[in-house]
Design a binder for this molecule. Sequence first.
Ligand SMILES: *Cc1c(COP(=O)(O)O)cnc(C)c1O
Length: 472
Amino acid sequence: MDLKLRYLSTRGEAAQLAFDDVLLAGLATDGGLYTPLAYPHVSPKDIAALAGQSYADTAAQLIAPFLTEEAAREALREQTKSAYATFRHRAIAPLTQIADNLFVLELFHGPTLAFKDLAMQLLGRMMNDVLEKRNLRATIVGATSGDTGAAAIEAFRGLPRVDVFILYPHGRVSDVQRKQMTCVADENIHTIALEGTFDDAQNILKRLFRNQPFRERVSLAGVNSINWARVVAQMVYYFTSAVSVGAPHRRVSFAVPTGNFGDVLAGYIAKHMGLPIERLIVATNANDILARAIATGRYEPRGVTPTQSPSMDIQVSSNFERLLFDATGRDHAAIRAAFASLEQSGAFDIPAAALAAIRAEFDAASVGEAETTDEIARTWRDAGYVLDPHTATGVRAARARLAQDPATPVVALSTAHPAKFPEAIERAIGKRPLLPESIAARLEGPERFTILENDEARIASFIAERARAARA
Ligand SMILES: *Cc1c(COP(=O)(O)O)cnc(C)c1O
């Protein structure tokens, strides 16, 4: 069975591409996001057969149908094996039960202690192999609210074919997050502290991708959560965890701490591949654009409020465009109209039928600062388990779901190790969690970064002067 799956842009004005090209492209040239022409199907029998397989083998099996080229599929097993060998836990993504029908899926056992490693370690290997095969260099530019940058740097440092430029909001990431990005000696890594918010960084990134001459000059490639390969890599742990709690014979709900909508979109993809998911619960912090959009039908970014869960301090949830595309019946014109309205008047209204389709699959909850602290304290008291503040928003939303539907298990995704956010933990439970030793040792060297103003032209010239692809 060779599906030869290809990808189209949500906005309908860019060429259809094969997986390897989508992997390098990131954002489509029309400003849209690449999405597959169809979702590959996994049968209940295939799902049942995943029980007992290694995580790397499961990943290779589930991801293969998304690849377009046969050769890429053959390389995949080796790539997943090597990507997940960097993890500190044998199960890669283990589950822990903290209450009746409430499970925490630990996605923080990779090299940078956040769930981004699960996708990024694989993405780095996939990109490197494609560049080798084509004898090309690439420049990766990423915007980060903290964890993506560290995960990208860890996945790409030292690779001969790739230079990495990471923009993070100056002063708005935790010390551990910053040091993971700046205590890196590799010459191909350039960390930029942007004088602005994460949304400013993401906006600059989007404009660089739409700047065709710049894009070609430096062979721009993207690794942000809009990169389709990341979404696909994240789909895997929905399957492994659902199987652990009884799928395909039992339906499962997921609660997902959400920022850019990449992680929870991966759950939606898993569901549309055939995984019996009951509800997908979007948990946001005080930056609640998604909760508001799902509750009111109006997608309207507001100012970003800094919180104790900084990786979710986002008001423009890029991957939501992929969901909206499906929810409108894949209507390119509706997507173009929505995002034109967002650019011109700062908001759009989700068409009624699309909103109904979204509400049929998703719940959303916004969890405030005091509730987050209370949840960390409660879970510590009741279960002796320490949640990081991002995870706490998901667990809080999961408990609300269980109050309504106690019979369906809920898996709450734990997106970061608590030691990444020690102040928040100390506030809640009166003690500081320790970093795993292997991680702490890496954060002791000198820090390397450049502070730049929030200006697209300045950032573009900084990158073009340093990217090796621009000189070749
Ligand atoms: C990135 C991140 C999130 C948000 O994930 P999205 O895919 O952007 O929705 C949540 N928690 C942590 C710790 C993160 O690093």
